[in-house]
Design a protein around this ligand. Structure first.
Ligand code: HEM
Length: 410
């Protein structure tokens, strides 16, 4: 039997989403961008490959996100509680407004000393170990602890929340990519999550505290401002998006610096670069590479008309490496976002209606990690040629980052 080679663009579409490319999908993205601003994608979609068009789609509210669960989870036997991530105005405006009111920049900034204490403790333990898996010792526990503390989840339940959240995060991928075990694990995780947070909401209503669950439960108490189902959906998206993504920001950022010791040295000499470095890592190797949108009216992108109901995959991971948007896009340059005039914003947090509500928290956590690593770690060495990646597509990142660390352990 002779095998026929696929045409390069079809091959690049396959490679963009294939587990074997998880560590480096960027060469495939370059082929897609070169082929045009739109290329045929899976599930009858078209993939938006370049920065200008990704930016335009995300900014246009006529491109809806509400259909994504039906697109990716047609076989789901369990309702993922309806999060505002998948709502449209006016419901999206109402629920997001209630969350934003409780999720203020002041509340986030007030968590900085807490983040610094957590990072200090985790880094001391990792330095004392010497050889450590940075995903387990630093990247996972920081965002998990932060989001649980923000919400008011008791410390004893953090490990359970991590387990449920991992099952749900894997389940965000297209159903067809999930094994029967993973589909079953998602169902269990959603049921466990609903039961656990349902109880916690009831407890906070009876015994209010100064935490986000109490604030959200109060907003949902009359059932008119937020239904019980919307409240659970909100908690689910805050927990899952609130740490599964940031784990990978921390992991991807540390890996990028391991590959570029000159940039780590620059950070050590200029700790003020920690915040611009966070944005550069978000551009260079973001945790979320794509989202989907469905046309709610007849819409045109780059001369192609979409009928209502037609869907696109917005490939932010590719947009962030578009040479028409960023100078030298394949290079990690931690001074990029310190430059004036500012370079283009990256699309790692999305844009428009659904712009990430946790961006400030994620930045704060990663900035804290970079400052502590720059101040305390004198040498860091990767112990494998290529770290393993989790199979996850929607929330992409490593399963382990084994390193040898040296530095001040206390
Ligand atoms: C590095 C970390 C993070 C990344 C890369 C990230 C990425 C994103 C992206 C790309 C979107 C938009 C999705 C779309 O338009 O389809 C989004 C939305 C969202 N994110 Fe994040 N996120 C991060 C951290 C967080 C954190 C820490 C939280 C909460 C504690 C959070 C909560 C949310 C929520 C609730 C939405 C939905 C907003 C809406 O629909 O109005 N995220 N995030």
């Amino acid at each position: 039997m002779t095998e026929t080679a696929l045409d390069p663009v079809t091959q690049a579409v396959i490679d963009s989403f294939a587990p074997a490319s998880r560590h480096d999908p960027y060469p495939a993205y370059a082929v897609l961008r070169a082929a045009g601003p739109l290329v045929p994608g899976p599930l009858g979609t078209r993939i938006v490959t370049r920065y200008a068009e990704c930016d335009a789609v995300l900014a246009d509210p006529a491109w809806s996100h509400a259909e994504e669960p039906d697109l990716l989870h047609p076989d789901s036997d369990v309702e993922l509680p309806g999060s505002f991530l998948w709502m449209e105005p006016p419901d999206h405006t109402r629920v997001r407004g209630l969350v934003s009111a409780a999720f203020t920049p002041r509340r986030i900034e007030a968590m900085r000393p807490h983040a610094e204490r957590i990072v200090d403790g985790l880094l001391s333990a990792a330095l004392a170990e010497g050889e450590t898996d940075l995903i387990e010792s630093l990247a996972y526990p920081l965002p998990l602890t932060m989001v649980c503390d923000l919400l008011g989840v008791p410390a004893a339940a953090h490990a359970d929340v991590r387990r449920m959240s991992a099952g749900i995060a894997r389940g965000l991928d297209l159903d067809a990519l999930l094994s029967p075990d993973e589909l079953a694990a998602r169902t269990t995780a959603v049921h466990d999550f609903t039961a656990f947070f349902g109880d916690l909401v009831a407890q906070r209503r009876a015994d209010p505290r100064d935490d986000l669950i109490t604030a959200l439960a109060r907003a949902g108490a009359d059932g008119e401002t937020m239904s019980p189902q919307e409240l659970l959906g909100t908690l689910l998206i805050l927990v899952v998006a609130g740490h599964e993504t940031t784990v990978n920001l921390i992991g991807n950022g540390l890996l990028a610096l391991l590959h570029r010791p000159d940039q780590l040295d620059l950070l050590r000499r200029n700790p003020d670069l920690a915040l611009p470095a966070v944005d550069e890592v978000l551009r260079y190797d973001p945790p979320v590479h794509f989202t989907t949108r469905t046309a709610h009216a007849e819409l045109t992108i780059a001369g192609t008309t979409f009928a209502p109901g037609e869907a696109v995959i917005v490939l932010m991971g590719s947009a962030n490496r578009d040479p028409d948007a960023f100078a030298n896009p394949a290079a990690l340059d931690i001074t990029r976002y310190a430059a004036r005039p500012r370079p283009r914003r990256h699309l790692a947090f999305g844009l428009g209606l659904h712009y990430c509500i946790g961006a400030a928290l994620a930045r704060l956590e990663m900035q804290t990690v970079l400052q502590a690593v720059a101040a305390r770690v004198t040498s860091i060495e990767l112990l494998v040629d290529r770290p393993p990646y989790r199979p996850n597509l929607v929330v992409r990142g490593m399963s382990a980052l084994p390193v040898r660390l040296r530095g001040a352990s206390a």
